[in-house]
Design a protein around this ligand. Structure first.
Ligand SMILES: [Zn+2]
Length: 341
């Protein structure tokens, strides 16, 4: 453990803790004074102090000190960071699973987490635009500013749905850069995992192979589950979504997508829009999907009018959730389709 700390902290890769000490031949009066006090570490007082503090903490906070500090915006990104980063990362999640990440506000607790972070892992595609830029600004940590190696948007690694479609920001459309909810598709999650492995590897070079192995393991585990999900959803009824979000899962599994309860992403349904949906969908078979944090009344109304089942389930794992929990979440959505037959 101690060996790892020393190699990590004095290696070239750790962006958080690494400080490089260049021997000086001439120094300021204060530097000379501290050099004298620290005896043999005279050329490198900062290094000496770091060694002392590392040794003092090695017994009980070694892991926390040596790990890359990752701050994820939402629980699914925290899960991905844990799967790929494994024991080399310490992950904190900012947004709870039962809140809509489109509509959060920057909070002091987020800024506090970001202040110490080596890497922020966001969904991107403007999902967190209402709060992440403000939280990063408030954190005053250059390492995690957009454009820095410590800022990662998973959406940039995957093909998004709805990019380039007409989107009217003025009307409140929250998907002007395409649909950000790619994490509903396990295969896109794998692609994001490879990109994250690469980024983590660039921040901690000596662990690059380890991160890559973890991404490969994620791919294998997803590949093991996909056939069962595909098989279960053959012939499933179409799905009416509250919001443009589970599109990714439905398209992956070839399940028909029947429409949205929201007239535009982020805009609550009007009575008129609900009536239009009823007249369009009457007489067909279907099921209504609403995410845990979305209002249920529009779905309830349609469920009554169309005589369709309505299900409301989580689309994020819990704050500490792992891949098993993610699979369970996908299982629940898939099983909701088969239960109606
Ligand atoms: Zn959305």
């Amino acid at each position: 453990m101690i060996k790892r700390i020393v190699s990590t902290s004095f290696g070239q890769a750790h962006s958080g803790g690494a400080r490089f000490c260049v021997p000086r031949t001439r120094g300021s009066a204060s530097l000379q004074k501290s050099a004298k006090l620290e005896g043999h570490a005279s050329a490198c007082p900062g290094l000496f102090k770091m060694l002392v503090s590392l040794l003092a903490f090695a017994g009980f906070t070694a892991i926390g000190y040596a790990d890359l500090r990752v701050v994820a915006t939402v629980p699914n990104m925290g899960m991905l960071a844990r799967e790929i980063g494994g024991e080399a990362v310490e992950v904190r999640v900012m947004a709870p699973p039962n809140r809509d990440a489109h509509f959060l506000e920057a909070r002091p607790s987020m800024m506090a987490a970001l202040r110490r972070a080596d890497l922020v892992v966001a969904v991107g595609a403007e999902l967190e635009i209402g709060w992440l830029p403000a939280a990063i600004q408030g954190a005053n940590n250059r390492r995690v500013q957009p454009g820095q190696p410590g800022y990662f948007e998973a959406a940039q690694a995957v093909e998004l749905i709805g990019v380039g479609k007409p989107a009217d920001r003025a009307l409140g459309d929250v998907h002007p850069s395409g649909n950000p909810h790619f994490y509903m598709d396990p295969e896109r999650l794998v692609e994001a995992g490879y990109a994250l492995a690469q980024r983590l590897g660039s921040l901690e070079l000596e662990k690059a192979d380890y991160f890559q192995d973890n991404a490969e393991r994620l791919e294998e585990r997803v590949a093991q589950r996909m056939p069962e999900w595909r098989e279960k959803t053959v012939g499933a009824p179409g799905v009416l979504l509250y919001h443009e979000d589970a599109d990714y899962l439905l398209i992956r599994l070839d399940v028909p997508l029947l429409g949205y309860i929201e007239p535009l992403p982020g805009i609550p349904p009007t009575a008129r829009h609900l009536r239009t949906l009823v007249s369009e969908l009457e007489g067909r078979e279907g099921i209504i999907w609403t995410m845990e944090y979305q209002p249920a009344d529009g779905g309830r109304f349609l469920s009554r009018e169309l005589d369709w089942p309505a299900v409301q389930l989580p689309s994020q794992v819990s704050m500490e959730g792992d891949l098993d929990e993610y699979f369970e979440m996908i299982d629940n959505w898939v099983n909701s389709l088969t239960a109606t037959e």
